[in-house]
Design a protein. Structure first.
Length: 106
């Protein structure tokens, strides 16, 4: 782990944002994934909201996976994993309660 041996600068030392540079795209994806995950997770506990929970869960999984692909810092990865987990739970419970289309196709 070469980064562990690197000398720290005189700036504030943070455990999460390790490079000190702004990452607007990654931060936006992180926030979107967290919001979608929260919506999917909360609405998954209501049987009649399975369309909302399954679709927000699916979109949250997609944005979270892309965010993980381009993430730079530990802070981004940590929050994306939390959002991905909540999105996945919401998606799977939404699928169990009726699915993405809820009987509209067939």
């Amino acid at each position: 782990m070469a980064q562990a041996m690197r000398r720290q600068s005189s700036q504030s030392i943070s455990l999460f944002s390790t490079d000190g540079k702004p990452h607007p795209l990654q931060d936006t994806l992180m926030a979107v994934t967290l919001v979608l995950g929260a919506v999917a997770f909360v609405t998954a506990f209501f049987h009649n909201l399975h369309l909302l929970s399954s679709w927000t869960g699916l979109v949250g999984i997609a944005t979270g996976l892309y965010g993980q692909f381009i993430s730079v810092t530990t802070r981004e990865r940590f929050a994306l994993i939390i959002g991905l987990g909540a999105s996945a739970i919401g998606f799977f419970l939404g699928m169990a309660h009726g699915g993405l289309f809820g009987g509209w196709l067939g």
